[in-house]
Design a binder for this molecule. Structure first.
Ligand SMILES: Nc1ncnc2c1ncn2[C@@H]1O[C@H](COP(=O)(O)OP(=O)(O)O)[C@@H](O)[C@H]1O
Ligand SMILES: [Mg+2]
Length: 271
């Protein structure tokens, strides 16, 4: 279980995240919602330790993540895999190598420099790509792929990290509706089939309602809602999004989630 206690991150006098406390049950798919500037990215970055809290603590399975240093910190970063809006692939490298980067925490440095990846890791990376229908692109340069394809590669890379939790920061913000559905379904699949906890920042309330089993609403750095999507009334949504509410709530209807119809699992990626 992930437990966040009184987490605060200040930049100068401004609190980007202000005394946030919540816990996340293993295996859940939690959406963090709120308007731009609410503190969603800073919150996720603190969990992954890309940003340091000014106050408060983060525990994962009883371990104080905020106190980790050196090797233990690197291991935590691998166990809490980040997925970004801009995919963060290495464009000039091929797709398979990009996925193999997810294994770096497990591999001695000399091996990654020489790109002598163990066969077992290559098989794992290939299987992860196949999970998301990206096997046929393994040898292509990452920068030749569409945005939706790149995000699927990024998700495959996160999967081979064998994470306990995936932290996705607006993973669909640069995608069209079709790719939005493909990428959200991929995240849902990771969650349902592999049992990996997902904490996902989302701007769209409709998406959050369709995919998440719990929502954490943020406004001005504070957690102002924490509950099941059905508990989030239009009234609260309007408070959360302020004047944006009509845009965010009344957008195009979202397609239904689709994890159940995804192809059957290969065994290697789950190993
Ligand atoms: N590195 C930083 N330096 C200064 N201010 C920052 C930094 N990162 C975020 N902020 C500020 O913190 C607030 C929350 O930002 P952010 O976490 O990115 O929100 P969200 O992801 O919900 O849009 C914003 O006002 C933003 O300008
Ligand atoms: Mg953000």
């Amino acid at each position: 279980m992930l437990v966040v206690e009184g987490l605060t991150c200040r930049f100068g006098t401004k609190a980007a995240v202000d005394n946030a406390s919540f816990s996340v049950q293993p295996g859940s798919f939690v959406g963090v919602i709120g308007r731009s500037g609410a503190g969603k990215s800073t919150l996720l970055r603190m969990v992954n330790r890309l940003a340091d809290p000014t106050e408060g603590r983060i525990f994962f399975e009883g371990v104080d993540v905020t106190a980790l240093r050196g090797k233990a910190l690197r291991q935590w970063r691998a166990r809490s895999a980040m997925i970004f809006q801009q995919f963060n692939l290495v464009g000039r490298l091929d797709v398979l190598t990009n996925v193999l980067m997810g294994r770096l925490a497990e591999i001695p440095a000399w091996r990654s420099l020489t790109q002598l990846w163990p066969d077992q890791d290559k098989a794992l990376a290939m299987s992860a790509l196949e999970q998301f229908d990206m096997g046929q692109f393994a040898a292509q340069r990452a920068d030749q792929l569409s945005g939706g394809q790149q995000q699927r590669v990024a998700i495959a890379r996160a999967l081979v990290q064998e994470p306990d939790i995936i932290l996705a920061d607006e993973p669909i913000a640069s995608l069209d509706p079709r790719n939005t559905k493909i990428v959200m379904d991929a995240l849902l699949r990771i969650n349902k089939h592999f049992g990996i906890t997902v904490l996902c920042n989302l701007h769209s309330l409709d998406l959050a309602r369709s995919y998440c089993d719990r929502l954490i609403g943020m406004a001005a750095g504070r957690v102002v809602f924490d509950g099941q999507p059905s508990m989030l009334t239009d009234h609260i949504a309007r408070e959360l999004y302020d004047l944006e509410a009509n845009d965010v709530i009344g957008g195009a209807p979202m397609p239904a989630p689709d994890a159940a119809t995804a192809p059957a699992l290969g065994s290697a990626a789950a190993a």
